[in-house]
Design a protein around this ligand. Structure first.
Ligand code: 5AD
Ligand code: SF4
Length: 455
């Protein structure tokens, strides 16, 4: 076991402890990168309280499910899993089941109204988990869904659950103060708060000491990071300088808040990856206004031009919602034309899903018929496939720098990893290994991957 002590907290390990003699917890995670990182925080808290981790649900004493509420289908998947856990409890009556994360926060004690769930904990109450687990030992149920103004788990070193140990997330802030009309996040994750930069750098150094090669700074809206006068651009520069050998990424940026200073910082430091995820949501100003996004189509496109000016070759990805309240065919076409104009390298695309109590649910009608939503989403996905392919085709014949993350899923003889632009590359292993930075000559591509050979 590795022992390190950077600052306040004594860290026993940032890797999971598998110990036969300790009670075992199993954790399953749904939703965003933030949730993945939160699960790592939860494991750290539980390991400190004497639990070990298991990957086999059948031997777990405690089953946790870290949930997402962003769309209805995300919640439906969790309900499906809970039914499966019910079977597990029947087989082994002593098992404790906990629902944690956004769905716990949204549905609160109604989640306890079945014979499956014993514990409900919202995103700001994870420190209470060991106490609540103890409570269930005497047959009680436990709930804590208090949101906090200042919890950032800054003293906790997340226990990294990824298998390869190359890339890791560092949470730099929690919550969100934007009230996008469609979004449940401000209600499930509470208000915005930024994490003490010293603890961010401490975590960065730990990762570096443990051989990690890349970090992604996470926040619902990283551009509003602010800690004692330190803004996101300053933090980014500090991270890049503190670990010059590591690649640095961040997510997510908000088009209304992303400053030129951030772009200039990206341009200045070679180790900050030239890749920006800049969710547009819609290409129609009228829809953007109803979504309460606080920028117009033109302002968004202006931001894109500025990115291209300051960081030539920067890859850009986005999130798009099809069929938001009141969306006309013309609005939809505006989204398609904006996608073409930007030429996104990648996109996450969704059908609008009304979330209870959000601004949109309260003020607008979910009036785009399901078949129209599906048709529009399909058109958006088809267009993005073309754009992704075009983006990859431009790379054929060039040499790119790949950080090797894993063995290829398709072949033991191939490795896979990402370029700074976040493009997935597959190439024959030769003498390379996971964690290496390799120059790869791109010889072929599909819309999803680049293929090449070591240069
Ligand atoms: N319906 C569909 N997509 C949504 N998103 C957020 N809320 C909803 C919703 N109610 C999408 C947005 C956001 C991404 C994380 O999820 O595109 O950027
Ligand atoms: Fe992440 Fe939002 Fe889903 Fe919560 S609701 S897990 S913040 S995507």
């Amino acid at each position: 076991m590795q022992t390190a002590n950077h600052g306040k907290m004594t860290i026993t390990s940032i890797r999971p402890v598998f110990d036969r003699d300790k009670p075992k917890m199993y954790i399953e995670t749904y939703g965003c990168q933030m949730n993945v990182n939160d699960s790592e925080v939860v494991v750290a808290i539980m390991q400190k309280a004497g639990y070990s981790v298991t990957k086999a649900i059948g031997e777990a004493n405690i089953i946790l499910i870290n949930t997402c509420s962003v769309r209805d289908n995300a919640e439906q998947r969790v309900w499906g899993r809970l039914e499966f856990f019910r079977q597990e409890k029947k087989k082994r009556p002593g098992v404790t089941v906990g629902v944690i994360g956004c769905m716990a926060e949204r549905l609160k004690d109604s989640l306890l109204e079945n014979n499956i769930v014993d514990i409900v904990i919202g995103p700001d109450a994870y420190r209470e988990l060991p106490k609540l687990v103890e409570k269930t030992e005497s047959g009680q149920k436990g709930i804590n869904v208090l949101l906090s103004r200042d919890e950032t788990y800054s003293d906790i070193s997340p226990v990294r659950l990824d298998k390869t140990g190359v890339t890791a997330f560092i949470s730099i802030m929690r919550g969100c103060n934007n009230v996008c009309a469609f979004c449940v996040v401000p209600y499930t994750r509470g208000g915005e708060r930024s994490r003490n930069p010293e603890t961010i750098i401490r975590e960065l150094k730990e990762l570096q000491d443990n051989g990690y090669k890349e970090v992604t700074l996470l926040g619902q809206n990283v551009d509003s990071y602010l800690y004692n006068g330190m803004a996101f651009a300053d933090l980014l520069a500090m991270v890049a300088e503190s670990a010059p050998e590591m690649r640095v990424r961040f997510s997510t940026s908000h088009p209304k808040d992303m400053t030129d200073k951030v772009l200039k910082t990206m341009a200045k430091y070679d180790n900050i990856c030239n890749y920006i995820h800049l969710p547009v949501q819609s290409g129609s100003t009228a829809i953007l206004q109803n979504m309460n996004r606080k920028y117009t189509r033109e302002e968004y496109l202006q931001r894109i031009d500025t990115i291209r000016e300051i960081i030539p070759g920067c890859a850009i990805s986005t999130d798009i919602i099809a069929g938001f309240c009141g969306e006309t065919q013309k609005d939809h076409e505006d989204t398609l034309s904006l996608m073409r104009k930007v030429g996104y390298d990648f996109a996450y695309m969704f059908k609008y899903s009304e979330r209870p109590n959000t601004k949109a649910a309260r003020h607008f009608k979910d009036d785009v018929p399901e078949d129209v939503k599906i048709k529009r989403l399909t058109e958006i996905i088809d267009l993005q496939s073309e754009l992704s392919l075009a983006s990859h085709q431009k790379d054929v014949g060039t040499v790119v720098e790949v950080l090797v993350e894993d063995t290829s899923k398709r072949s033991e003889n191939d490795l896979c990893g990402r370029t700074p632009q976040n493009k997935m590359v597959v190439f024959p292993k030769e003498n390379c290994k996971i964690g290496d930075l390799v120059n790869v000559k791109i010889t072929d591509c599909s819309q999803a991957t680049l293929k090449g050979v070591k240069n």
